[in-house]
Design a protein around this ligand. Structure first.
Ligand SMILES: N=C(N)NCC[C@H]1O[C@@H](n2cnc3c(N)ncnc32)[C@H](O)[C@@H]1O
Length: 415
């Protein structure tokens, strides 16, 4: 029901309902819970509105509100578990992950370089899939026990794989979501291969943090121990010409009026399977977000922000940003060297490849230009495995308003 109140004293208040809990992180923001009815007094911008809840006022994110009270997405639907675990119930994704030698070999090396300290220890392998990491633990070291947890139906085969490889006395397979399982005891090491595109996509990391808080002993080890997201401004001539340049004059005809539509259709989402070449980098790649897996909290995942200030090192065309991740495995021995799995262009290629965020309009840049700004990884308040990544930047150091550009790229829909 709309009550009219505008500048002439008539209330233009609108009623909206929270679609998810919003834990305000800024002093002038208004926290609320899913289902709360808020009064919106002013739509200050597209993203933030001035609202009232039980006589408190503050800014709220418009993406957390909807006009009607009904069909708020239920918690279990929000994770899309049927589709998600269904996709891991077939061999396709496990074949892709196991065929990724750089990925799988790092986990094998982590076990191989820590055999003494794994001796007699209890290990949780979360999201074990076919159980490869658990089998590495049992065959390359001498843990007291390995608990291999897997929610998808592939777990039915994992039990047989463990037996067929003579590891049945050490490895126990549990089929189910780790959030719903009770393990026999707390563990010394929590190992998991949880990383999705852009590190965070799928948000399996939330399950890893829950498992850490429930099952990892005080002083226990998280493998990976650290996770970083790396960014670089880059050229992407092929992608730009293939998706937008194409319409310039196909078969000698002028189709250029379609180019704005092409930008909107092809560049509003990132390109997950991009393979950036080192020579495409216009600047030195930089870690913009680093997560400590021993201290990271689930609430931190709602919104992660990184700053960047790149210096252009060669003349070229700034087509967009490319992102990838790396993870570190700290040794169990105090000063043991950390092992690193890096999905970037300067390391052996992995199945994650890299993620390209295209600008709508490329910019010519020169050595010495600066590209500075922020990137925000904003978890979707409703669809809990998805996120929106928003870049704001300015070029050349001019901080005037008109030079600040921004780009929101929606990561959703399973690949
Ligand atoms: N991006 C990735 N590395 N995804 C690997 C995800 C693997 O972990 C499994 N998995 C994901 N979340 C969970 C969970 N909460 N509990 C148990 N297994 C899980 C999933 O079925 C798949 O086999």
């Amino acid at each position: 029901m709309l009550q009219e109140r505008g500048d002439n004293g008539v209330d233009t208040t609108e009623e909206f309902f929270g679609v998810a809990d919003f834990s305000a992180y800024g002093s002038n923001q208004l926290r609320f819970s899913v289902g709360d009815k808020l009064l919106v007094h002013k739509r200050t911008s597209s993203d933030w509105w001035w609202a009232e809840l039980r006589e408190s006022f503050g800014y709220v994110p418009s993406s957390y509100l909807q006009a009607e009270a009904e069909n708020v997405v239920q918690e279990e639907d929000a994770w899309q578990d049927e589709e998600y675990f269904g996709s891991y119930g077939t061999l396709k994704l496990h074949l892709e992950m196991l065929s990724d030698k750089p990925r799988t070999e790092v986990y094998r090396q982590v076990i191989l370089t820590n055999p003494a300290t794994l001796k007699g220890k209890v290990v949780l392998d979360l999201g074990c899939g076919t159980g490869i990491i658990s089998l590495f633990c049992a065959s390359l070291a001498e843990p007291a026990a390995v608990y291999a947890v897997e929610a998808s139906t592939v777990a039915e085969y994992t039990t047989k794989l463990v037996k067929d490889n003579g590891c049945g006395d050490v490895v126990t397979v549990f089929q189910g979501r780790v959030e719903e399982l009770t393990l026999p005891e707390k563990v010394d090491v929590l190992v998991s291969e949880w990383m999705g595109n852009c590190l965070l996509f799928e948000y399996m990391v939330e399950s890893v943090l829950h498992a850490r808080d429930c099952w990892l002993k005080e002083g226990g080890m998280m493998w990976p121990s650290l996770a970083s997201i790396t960014l670089v401004p880059c050229e992407a001539f092929h992608n730009f010409s293939e998706k937008v340049g194409f319409w310039e004059n196909p078969y000698g005809l002028d189709f250029s009026c379609l180019q704005p539509l092409a930008r909107k259709e092809f560049f509003s989402k990132p390109k997950f399977n991009h393979e950036i070449q080192p020579q495409d980098c216009l600047c030195t790649p930089t870690d913009v977000i680093t997560l400590n897996m021993h201290t990271l909290q689930v609430s931190d995942l709602e919104r992660l922000q990184g700053e960047f200030s790149f210096k252009v090192e060669k003349a070229g065309t700034f087509h967009g940003f490319t992102a990838w991740f790396s993870v570190q495995f700290h040794g169990l021995e105090r000063d043991a060297a950390a092992l690193i799995l890096d999905s970037g262009p300067h390391s052996a290629p992995t199945h994650w490849k890299q993620t390209l965020f295209m600008l709508d309009t490329p910019v010519t840049v020169h050595p010495g230009d600066s590209i500075s700004g922020t990137v925000v990884f904003h978890r979707n308040p409703v669809w809990r495995r998805h996120l929106t990544i928003t870049f704001q930047w300015c070029i050349g150091g001019s901080s005037t308003e008109d030079s600040i550009q921004s780009k929101a790229s929606i990561l959703n829909g399973f690949i």
